[in-house]
Ligand binder design. Sequence first.
Ligand code: PEP
Ligand code: MG
Length: 299
Amino acid sequence: ERDRARAEAAGSVVHAEGRQVLVAANVGSLAEARAAVAAGADGVGLLRTELLYVDRPALPDEDEQTAELGAILEVLGDRPVVVRTLDVGGDKMLPALDLDPWRNGPLGVRGLRYGLAHPGVLRTQLRAILRAAGEQGAHVWVMAPMVTVAEEARQFRELLADVVAELDRQGTVHAPPAKVGVMLEVPAAALAPQDICAEVDFVSVGSNDLLQYVMAADRANDAVGYLYQPEHPALWRVLDLLVGTARAAGCHVAVCGEIAGDPEAAVRLVRLGVDELSMAPSSLPAVKAALREAYGSVS
Ligand code: PEP
Ligand code: MG
């Protein structure tokens, strides 16, 4: 049964609401990259790079990061891969970075805020991503987490352009990103994304964090777990507004939070106008089946 579902999922493209919908996987390791391919993912909508560094006393250097990312990209072949830059802080505390639970907490210096405050760390990672993309001939999109205002997106793009120019100048093998994007997971960014969209090619909704901030309920605190309600109308109002605004601004819109892996929510997101859903590899067959059932056409 499972093999049949997998075979059915593999290779088939979902069309819904008059457009192609990418059904991609969230990946944080080489093993998950293999699982994504086996489950028939159209690509990777979220490569969580921080998971490569978790149990280490120090961050890997540029060459090591290039090699680790390259191994993952190799497995994914010519599928598009959205590589997210370090999303540290909040629920993701890396021992290598000496983070403070308050200063770097969910409302503090986390995600791109950390990257812009420590540009050396971000530059090294961007160099490694672009080098790995070049070495593997991979189709890489680069994405920053936890963006709140357009100015942060602009700074991210500028840093990236600077890194590309540096690699060019040095004659180092690399590939510039096919697209540049940001995650929308902060209510301010989600409710008024137009200025951010003007800076980037695509946005990806981090519904895990967006829900935490909309409900003011820490995603890591079981005592308020009862408030973490993915079906709450407040979240869906934000999503409706976000998708409409971002598409009108010409952005490709993805969702890579947990809700994308829920078959019912996935159908609803596509109806709102979402272009891409990214989820745990194990959720792919059920979501593809639900989309086909709801929208019928598959090629
Ligand atoms: C999210 O916030 O929904 C997301 C996809 O990223 P993470 O769970 O890694 O914060
Ligand atoms: Mg997040």
